[in-house]
Design a protein around this ligand. Structure first.
Ligand code: NAP
Ligand code: GLV
Length: 332
C-alpha cells in the first residue's frame, strides 16, 4: 500500500460505469471512488465536472475523453481505459499534459477472436436467417436449395491488421484449412512463418479473399479504410467481418454494397454510429448480422480486464509506470 493511503489520505477517482467487483475492490481499498451508476454513459458535462475533482479516471470505450475533458482534469494524473482500443481518448492531449493512459491488451484477445470467428461462421452458414426461419414458423421441410451458404473450410481469409487479435483469428482459421492473407501497416515476418500467412497489399487482399476480417485500430489513417472503392474490389460472393471499430467501415457504402449485392454478406460486432438505430437499413438486411459490441464479453475476460484497469489506475496514482501504457513517451 502506498505511503499516502497509509497516511489516511485516499486518491479521489472517477469510474464511469460499474466494472467487475474484483477490479473495483482493488481500487476501493486505496481510493475514494465515485462511480457513475447509470446504465448509459455519463454525459460529457458530467465527465467534465467529475474529472475536475479526481486524480484518476477509469474510462470505457463509450466515454468521450477528449481534449476538453482532459483540460478540465486539473488534478488528473492517470487515465485507465477498461478496453484495449483507446480511440475515444485524445491520447495526444493526455501526453501533452504528461498524463499516462493505460489500457487492457492481451487478456481480451482470445475472446474477441472467438467472437470474430463466430460471426464469420454465422455469416457463411446463414445461422441468423436459419434461426429466424424456425422462430417465424417458416421451417416446412428440408430444402435442396434453401439457405445455401458459403464454405469456410479451405476458403481464403484476408486479415486487415495482424496484431494480437488478427493473429489469434489466423490461428483459428488454420484449423479450418483456410488460406490466409494479411495486410498491415508493418510486415510481420515472424508471424508469416509461424502462421503460414502471406502479406498482400490491401487492394489485392480485398480482391482475393472470400472473407475479409478487420482487426486494425481506429486511427485517422484507418477511418473509412473500407469505403465504396474497397467494397467494390471484393468478390460478389465475399463476406466482411468487423470486430475492430465501426468507423473503419463507411456505413453508407456498406449498406449499398449489401443492398445491391456488391458483396454477399457482412457480420458486425461494431458499427458507426454505435449503437445503430433500430430503423437503420443495415439492421433489417437479411445478409447483415449485427451484435452489440460483444468482442470481450465473457465473464473471465471482463474480470481480467477489470484487474488490469485497476492495476494501471493504481500505478498511475502512486507515480509508478503503468503496466500497460499507450503513451510511454510521458516517462521520457
Ligand atoms: P494490436 O495488437 O495493436 O493490433 C492492431 C494491428 O493493426 C497491429 O498489427 C497494427 O500494426 C495494425 N495497424 C495499425 N495501423 C494500421 C493501418 N493503418 N492499416 C493496417 N493495419 C494497421 O491490437 P489488438 O489488441 O489486436 O486490437 C485491435 C483492435 O481491435 C483494437 O484497437 C480495438 O479497436 C479492436 N477491439 C475490438 C474489440 C471488440 O469488442 N469488438 C475488442 C478488442 C479490441 P502495428 O503493430 O505495426 O502498429
Ligand atoms: C473493445 O472494444 C476494446 O477495445 O477492448
Amino acid at each position: 500500500m502506498s505511503e499516502r493511503s497509509q497516511g489516511g489520505s485516499r486518491y479521489p477517482v472517477y469510474v464511469t460505469r460499474r466494472i467487475p467487483e474484483a477490479g473495483l475492490r482493488l481500487i476501493q481499498e486505496v481510493c475514494d471512488v465515485h462511480i457513475w451508476e447509470g446504465e448509459m454513459p455519463p454525459p460529457k458535462e458530467v465527465l467534465v465536472r467529475e474529472v475536475a475533482h479526481c486524480e484518476g479516471l477509469l474510462s470505457l470505450v463509450t466515454d468521450p475523453v477528449d481534449a476538453e475533458v482532459i483540460a478540465a482534469g486539473g488534478r488528473l494524473r492517470v487515465i485507465s481505459q477498461y478496453a484495449v482500443g483507446v480511440d475515444n481518448i485524445d491520447v495526444q492531449a493526455a501526453t501533452a499534459r504528461g498524463i499516462p493512459v493505460g489500457h487492457t491488451p492481451g487478456v481480451l484477445t482470445e475472446a474477441t477472436a472467438d467472437l470474430t470467428f463466430a460471426l464469420l461462421l454465422s455469416a457463411a452458414r446463414r445461422i441468423v436467417e436459419g434461426v429466424d426461419t424456425v422462430r417465424s414458423g417458416k421451417w416446412r421441410t428440408w430444402e435442396p436449395l434453401g439457405l445455401l451458404g458459403n464454405d469456410v473450410w479451405g476458403a481464403t481469409l484476408g486479415i486487415v491488421g495482424l496484431g494480437r487479435i488478427g493473429a489469434a483469428v489466423a490461428r483459428r482459421a488454420r484449423g479450418f484449412a483456410m488460406h490466409i492473407l494479411y495486410y498491415d501497416i508493418t510486415r510481420k515476418p515472424e508471424l508469416e512463418r509461424e502462421l503460414s500467412v502471406a502479406y498482400a497489399p490491401l487492394p489485392e487482399l480485398l480482391a482475393r479473399s472470400d472473407f475479409v476480417s478487420l482487426h486494425c485500430p481506429l486511427l485517422p489513417e484507418t477511418y473509412h479504410l473500407i469505403d465504396e472503392q474497397a467494397l467494390r474490389r471484393m468478390k460478389p460472393t465475399a463476406m466482411l467481418i468487423n470486430a475492430a471499430r465501426g468507423p473503419v467501415v463507411d456505413t453508407g457504402a456498406l449498406t449499398r454494397a449489401l443492398q445491391e449485392k456488391w458483396i454477399a454478406a457482412a457480420a458486425l460486432d461494431v458499427t458507426d454510429p454505435e449503437p445503430l438505430p433500430p430503423d437503420h437499413p443495415l439492421v433489417s438486411l437479411p445478409n447483415c448480422t449485427i451484435v452489440p459490441h460483444l468482442g470481450s464479453a465473457t465473464i473471465t475476460t471482463r474480470e481480467r480486464m477489470a484487474l488490469i484497469a485497476a492495476e494501471n489506475l493504481l500505478a498511475g496514482l502512486r507515480g509508478e509506470r503503468l503496466p500497460h501504457c499507450v503513451n510511454p513517451e510521458v516517462y521520457l
